[in-house]
Ligand binder design. Structure first.
Ligand SMILES: Cc1cc2nc3c(=O)[nH]c(=O)nc-3n(C[C@H](O)[C@H](O)[C@H](O)COP(=O)(O)OP(=O)(O)OC[C@H]3O[C@@H](n4cnc5c(N)ncnc54)[C@H](O)[C@@H]3O)c2cc1C
Length: 491
């Protein structure tokens, strides 16, 4: 087959910046079949597969891309499914540029192969053209599939991949990518899995954090439906540590527990004025918009519509908050970040999209105080200019204040997006569960914690990280749980 030797990726069709910054529909529209085949032909199918080694779940990347190049999209999906059950999600949100694509040989002299774009194409194509085409997903819409809040016991489906049920109960705490992946893998092995989720909807950050315009919620809901069809039970509104404890799960007959409770506790700067009305954590702001749909008229938990909004931070979460703020009608949205463009931790594509959409980047600036207006709400944010000094422990040049360079930014809303850590509820209600000084659960490379039968993974262990790492941890833990349960029954 003739290779496509273009040094550039086939461009991704997107909504126009000035159109999309006023709606919540998906920004990137996805490849057509022709585009996908053309892009797949750029892959050199390297024998040593450096891209695979850089994928946290070891997807056989050249093999799935070869199938795309042949036009065998279902064949490509089969290859993907061997390593990931969340391809439509990872194809959209994974930081491919620092993982698989960073190792792509085509990236040496030009742009790497668009591995993420192809992964997304295959997953979308197969979902939309599967037997159940009647319920195929239209990605460009905002209506979300409701997940019932009551206990949902789902039908067992005939699925070749799922072993017959062994009746052994395993509990999964949290329904983010770590919990969902662990639950899916255990269900395939025949375990009777129940996922306990604190919120009224399953999906973790995929549902409450990442906005609709980056990851349509129908796609996440569809993945959760798939799990339910495999026999996984999902119980929502179940805060473990309050409604039930980890210990009571064992008393209720669960033989092992996986904790994938994420890192949802926001950090603040502890500066003066941070408690004023009009200051949000990015988590609260995004939850109100994404989970509670504050962009819809008559929503149950409305949000104040700021005119001038500062988002403090430079990660993916900050970009999402800023882009949501713009879509909610703010006239001026600023990213206030204490380092320079080179150090921005957000994905390059997200930064570019934010810039195109009119977000203003105030780099090398740091807030020192939030000042009230005459009504006691946020009126200004005092910032100080920064310069870059010597590299710090992270290897990045550390920001240093420029004395006397303070200035005021006129804002009515401030969104703090400077990081999160795990919520202390589970660790404080589970005796013997070891945590580190950052409040993260301590687990070995297989997800085993200091408590027998308790495994953990994802952001709850690593602190805020990525979807694919959380998935990888869920996968590893599922294997370890299976081995643990088998070793117990042999004794
Ligand atoms: C706004 C935002 C944008 C992001 N963008 C990207 C991106 O583009 N690419 C990327 O790779 N990563 C991104 N991330 C990071 C990524 O989403 C996380 O690393 C990933 O979701 C972690 O998965 P998890 O399963 O460990 O935890 P989570 O997704 O946080 O899920 C944990 C779940 O556990 C539940 N829970 C917590 N405590 C309890 C309890 N006591 N009882 C029961 N349930 C509980 C929570 O409600 C939640 O549903 C983003 C994160 C945010 C916040």
């Amino acid at each position: 087959m003739e290779k496509n030797m273009s040094n550039k990726k086939c461009p991704m069709p997107c909504q126009e910046p000035n159109v999309r910054n006023k709606n919540f529909f998906e920004v990137a529209l996805g490849y057509t079949e022709e585009m996908a085949i053309e892009e797949a032909k750029r892959c050199l199918n390297c024998k040593n597969m450096p891209c695979k080694a850089h994928c946290p779940v070891n997807i056989e990347i050249p093999a799935f891309i070869a199938k795309v190049a042949e036009g065998d999209f279902f064949g490509a999906n089969e290859v993907l499914q061997r390593s990931t059950s969340l391809a439509a999600i990872c194809g959209r949100v994974c930081p491919q540029e620092t993982q698989c694509e960073s190792a792509c040989v085509r990236g040496i002299k030009g742009e790497s192969v668009g591995i993420g774009r192809l992964e997304r194409f295959v997953a979308d194509y197969c979902r939309e053209h599967s037997n159940a085409s009647s319920d195929s997903i239209k990605t460009n819409k905002t209506e979300n599939t409701e997940i019932k809040t009551e206990e949902i016991k789902t039908e067992e489906v005939k699925n070749e991949e799922v072993k017959p049920g062994n009746g052994i109960k395993v509990a999964v705490v949290g329904s983010g990518p770590a919990g969902l992946t662990c639950a899916g893998d255990l269900a395939k092995m025949g375990y009777s899995v129940t996922v306990f989720e604190a919120l009224h909807k399953a999906g973790g950050v995929l549902i409450y954090g990442i906005p609709e315009f980056r990851l349509p919620k129908d796609i996440v809901s569809k993945e959760i439906e798939k799990l339910k069809k495999m026999g996984v039970t999902i119980k929502t509104d179940m805060v473990i540590g309050k409604v039930l404890t980890i210990d009571s799960l064992f008393e209720n007959g669960y033989k092992a527990v996986f904790i994938g409770s994420g890192a949802g506790l926001p950090r603040f700067m502890n500066i003066k004025g941070e408690n004023l009305p009009g200051v949000y954590s990015a988590n609260e702001y995004l939850t109100r918009i994404n989970l509670m749909k504050a962009y819809e008229e008559n929503c149950k938990t409305p949000i104040a519509h700021g005119k001038n909004i500062a988002v403090v931070g430079g990660g993916n979460v900050a970009m999402d908050a800023a882009r949501c703020a713009k879509r909610m009608g703010a006239e001026n949205v600023y990213i206030v970040y204490r380092r320079s463009l080179n150090e921005l931790p957000a994905r390059k594509e997200e930064v570019e999209h934010a810039m195109e959409e009119g977000i203003e980047f105030k780099l090398l600036n740091n807030p020192v105080e939030i000042i009230a207006d005459e009504n006691g709400n946020v009126g200004k944010m005092r910032c100080i200019k920064m310069e870059l000094g010597e590299p710090d422990a992270s290897g990045r040049r550390s920001p240093v204040e420029i004395k006397g360079s303070e200035f005021d930014l006129d804002v009515d809303t401030v969104i703090m997006s400077i990081g999160t850590s795990p919520n202390p509820l589970i660790r404080s209600t589970t005796p013997g569960l070891e945590t580190n000084r950052r409040g993260c659960l301590v687990a070995d490379e297989n997800g085993k914690t200091s408590r027998e039968g308790v495994f953990a993974g994802g952001d709850a262990v690593t602190g805020a990280a990525t979807v694919i790492l959380a998935m990888g941890a869920g996968k590893t833990a599922a294997k370890a749980i299976d081995e643990y349960i088998k070793s117990k029954s042999e004794k």
